[in-house]
Design a protein around this ligand. Structure first.
Ligand SMILES: CC(C)(COP(=O)(O)OP(=O)(O)OC[C@H]1O[C@@H](n2cnc3c(N)ncnc32)[C@H](O)[C@@H]1OP(=O)(O)O)[C@@H](O)C(=O)NCCC(=O)NCCS
Length: 173
């Protein structure tokens, strides 16, 4: 029914339309957009779901380079699925596929803003107990996932935007 590919530049308009549908046109005022405005999404990890039948865009997930307490990390999101096709496994596929790729690329720290009820299944847990802070965001919605053992050990403090990916990730132009 669907397959995943990396996001291409010509997906941009369809992604914006899907995000408007999923989150509303005022989504740009969310705190997390401060981080997303600083850099382009991480190439190779920002992926889309397409309909097998006609290639139509059904889902999107993006990652952004950030700093967590001075260490490299990635901010995951937004993730969104075509509303009429929710609950068919597209979201889970986008999450698992990209988290696996992130680990393979050498990234070890992922954070996001979202519902623990959805993201716990992928290994996310509240970030506040680690001492991570996204100023202006509700602390209970900030979640973290370590892709390597002890990835957050000694890493705490304020999340800050970063202009490009360091370490194992590919650098978006
Ligand atoms: C959240 C979203 C990406 C999930 O994608 P999806 O393709 O519908 O989800 P899947 O089919 O892969 O998984 C469905 C499962 O997720 C659960 N789920 C979906 N949203 C949830 C939420 N906010 N909290 C808890 N569980 C949630 C469903 O209950 C279902 O659980 P089950 O597998 O135990 O039955 C999608 O619903 C969406 O685009 N929502 C609007 C945008 C959004 O809220 N994005 C996330 C920002 S935090």
């Amino acid at each position: 029914m669907f397959h995943l590919t990396t996001e291409r530049p010509d997906d941009a308009a369809a992604i914006e339309a899907l995000l408007d549908k999923a989150f509303g046109p005022d989504r740009h005022s969310k705190i997390s957009y401060r981080y997303r405005n600083a850099a382009p999404p991480v190439r190779g990890l920002s992926r889309v779901a397409r309909a097998d039948a006609d290639g139509r865009l059904l889902g999107t997930i993006r990652y952004w380079p950030i700093e967590a307490g001075g260490a490299d990390a990635l901010l995951l999101g937004p993730i969104a699925v075509e509303p009429s096709l929710k609950g068919r496994g597209i979201g889970v596929a986008l999450m698992r596929d990209t988290l696996d790729a992130a680990a393979w690329m050498g990234h070890s720290r992922i954070v996001l803003v979202g519902d623990i009820g959805y993201y716990a299944r992928f290994g996310f847990a509240p970030a506040a107990p680690l001492g991570l802070i996204m100023p202006g965001e509700k602390p209970e919605r900030l979640l973290a996932c370590a892709l390597a053992k002890d990835a957050f050990a000694g890493v705490s403090g304020v999340l800050a935007p970063r202009r490009s990916v360091r370490g194992g990730g590919l650098i978006a132009a």
